[in-house]
Design a protein around this ligand. Structure first.
Ligand SMILES: Nc1ncnc2c1ncn2[C@@H]1O[C@H](COP(=O)(O)OP(=O)(O)OP(=O)(O)O)[C@@H](O)[C@H]1O
Length: 243
């Protein structure tokens, strides 16, 4: 489904990604973890070219995104859902209108758009808030709208960039539950950046540990957290044992 090859990215003189490689199969969930500033968000944003890498390949369903024209890229992006850390909702639109946004460029009638938005809101347990405005919602509810907006296109690849990072700890659980229930599908690949170690252990098939812009360890969540080889992996193991 997705193959990432030798991703390199710098901001000015700062080398942020130093050759990141990994792949994700249909039905798999990959969690990207690592210390603050190691390049996790940059990596996930490169997967749909929200951030453009300096070099490397992002091969999605056989096509290298870096070789596409902007109109071809826009079309392919319609198969990729993205959940932002800070929700990115439009305040003047209702919850339902926010969720319908990705469907606007697609060839659907208004009736179909409403139907799909309702179905996506059901999946995140927010059907009763369809007519509310974002400012009337809690942070957890806002992020669930963000997840519904990513799900509405039935994406074959779902990307979540630290989806609980902006939330009050009390609201984290409801969002993690929704991510676990709503994003998984055997037809879909999921890539998630998270600091939530026990959540990653529960939902991820593969954990990718980044440090200083490089993959320092990659493997099943059981092997990484029970027998880590990298310094970063050893720290996560200690953290799990502490809790
Ligand atoms: N748009 C940008 N312009 C300049 N520097 C950036 C930009 N985005 C990220 N950086 C820098 O790149 C480095 C990696 O950032 P990134 O957000 O990818 O890390 P991260 O692992 O996701 O961190 P965190 O866990 O704190 O969110 C950091 O030093 C950051 O300051």
């Amino acid at each position: 489904m997705l193959e990432v090859k030798n991703l390199i990215k710098s901001y000015g003189n700062e080398k942020v990604l130093r050759g990141v490689d990994f792949s994700v199969k249909k039905g798999q969930t990959v969690a990207i973890m690592g210390p603050s500033g190691c390049g996790k968000s940059t990596t996930i944003r490169c997967l749909n070219l929200l951030t453009e890498p300096d070099s490397g390949k992002v091969i999605f369903r056989g096509t290298n995104l870096l070789e596409l024209s902007s109109s071809e890229l826009l079309k392919l992006r319609q198969e990729i859902g993205f959940v932002f850390q800070n929700f990115n909702l439009i305040e003047r639109l209702t919850v339902q209108e926010n969720v319908m946004l990705p469907l606007i460029k697609l060839d659907f009638t208004l009736e179909q758009r409403v139907k799909y938005a309702r179905a996506a809101l059901e999946k995140v347990r927010l059907a009763d808030q369809a007519s509310s405005y974002p400012k009337q919602l809690s942070g957890g509810q806002k992020q669930r709208v963000g997840i519904a907006r990513a799900l509405v296109i039935e994406p074959s690849l779902m990307l979540l960039d630290e989806p609980t990072a902006s939330l009050d700890p009390i609201l984290v659980k409801e969002v993690l539950e929704v991510i676990e229930d709503a994003t998984y599908s055997q037809k879909r690949a999921v890539v998630l950046v998270t600091h939530e170690v026990s959540f990653a252990l529960k939902v991820a098939d593969i954990i990718l540990l980044l440090d200083n812009g490089q993959v320092v360890e990659i493997g099943s969540s059981e092997s990484i957290f029970t027998n880590p080889q990298s310094e970063v992996g050893k720290k996560y193991k200690e953290l799990l044992e502490y809790y």
